[in-house]
Write a protein that binds this ligand. Structure first.
Ligand SMILES: *Cc1c(COP(=O)(O)O)cnc(C)c1O
Length: 357
């Protein structure tokens, strides 16, 4: 059936339209156009980092970054057991092995005390996923002395002890997929303060060409660049950074207020964190009833990702991740986007309240 209220949508203003038209009028569509540079400057500015590389997606950003960090065959990379699959897929695509770690009950992010148990001499990095807009506990994760890759795909605008996500590890990635907090349909970015990583990623992403000699390939590079047309849209969105982040928080606040007295758990927020709202997430033992009621009323609420290690491609047993397993089997996303119509919010609230009547 077609859903009347989608899970997500993009708030598009005249700014995005104006920049896209400008790129068209100037016949600047490839990655060498000026909007790509502007896009990179804006995301670096917002994340308090020195370098940003615009890419075709969050996943391609992870692939580029891991390659630039020389992660490959037989290496191990620590990944949380509860996340969208991208970080684990990117690790596996390089012939390395994702090593799954449970999340903590307090934050739903990777549990540092569990990380410790999985480190050995093959461990090359930790991918810390700022899950559902919540930063990981970076001070604790840094104690292991391993490189930290921050997957901030869902967390534009969140902060850890007042420091913006994106600047907390050796490098970070963002996604600008259609359902993310800031979007350009499909797109991504790596951000870092590491000048060498920046250069390595740019070289890899320019087909592995010698920067001094055109069409002379010194490594097996690829092309995961963002087009100027997409960047033009993205610049419009990035200029609306504060407004788009606040818009989602406003929706979450209404959900919070409405569900206060119901026996459901909102995603927790640590006292050292300022969350960014991606998709509003709640956990309930009555997940099935809530989902059925939503479907019946044309609301595209969804069950969250299944436990990642349980997926056929990773072929692991599902034991050893009790918290991730619990969240995977009880949590739900509610439709969330900036400036979603007020009557949608009220409709969703009323359907969920009815389940508990
Ligand atoms: C969306 C997402 C990605 C991948 O981003 P794409 O742009 O869709 O490739 C990676 N990690 C996490 C945690 C995500 O939510």
């Amino acid at each position: 059936m077609t859903h009347l209220i989608p899970l997500s949508s993009i708030s598009i203003s005249n700014l995005e339209k104006c920049y896209v038209n400008d790129a068209l009028d100037n016949n600047m569509l490839s990655s060498s156009g000026t909007y790509v540079k502007k896009f990179e400057n804006l995301i670096a500015y917002r994340t308090n980092t020195n370098y940003a590389i615009a890419t075709s997606s969050g996943t391609s950003s992870l692939e580029l970054l891991l390659r630039a960090m020389d992660i490959g065959f037989n290496d191990e990379v620590i990944v949380p057991a509860f996340t969208f699959a991208s970080p684990a897929l990117a690790v596996a695509s390089l012939g390395a092995k994702p090593i799954f770690v449970d999340i903590s009950q307090e934050t739903w992010t990777i549990d540092p005390s569990e990380v410790m148990k999985k480190i050995n001499k093959r461990t090359k990095a930790i991918i810390a996923v700022d899950i559902l807009g919540h930063p990981c506990d970076y001070d604790e994760l840094k104690k292991f002395g391993l490189p930290i890759i921050e997957d901030a795909a869902e967390a534009h605008g969140a902060t850890y002890k007042s420091i913006p996500v994106g600047s907390l590890g050796n490098a970070a990635i963002f996604s600008f997929h259609a359902n993310k907090v800031i979007s350009c349909g499909e797109g991504g970015s790596v951000v870092t303060n590491d000048i060498n990583l920046n250069q390595k990623i740019r070289n890899l992403n320019s087909f592995g060409m010698d920067p001094q000699r055109n069409y002379w390939h010194i490594q097996c590079g690829s092309n995961r660049k963002m087009s100027n047309l997409v960047a033009a849209f993205g610049v419009g969105q990035l200029e609306r950074w504060a407004e788009l982040i606040a818009g989602r928080k406003e929706v979450a606040k209404q959900y919070d207020d409405a569900f206060k007295s119901l026996p459901i758990q909102r995603r927790p927020v640590a006292e050292w964190a300022e969350e960014s709202v991606w998709l509003y997430t709640l956990a309930s033992e009555k997940r099935q009833s809530i989902l059925e009621a939503c479907i019946k009323n044309g609301i595209d609420a969804r069950a969250v990702w299944p436990l990642l290690p349980e997926n056929p491609i990773f072929n692991c047993d599902s034991n050893g991740y009790p918290i991730a397993k619990k969240i995977s089997s009880t949590a739900i996303w509610l439709p969330t986007w900036s400036f979603m119509p007020q009557d949608y919010i009220e409709q969703i609230i009323s359907v969920i309240k009815n389940v508990f009547k």
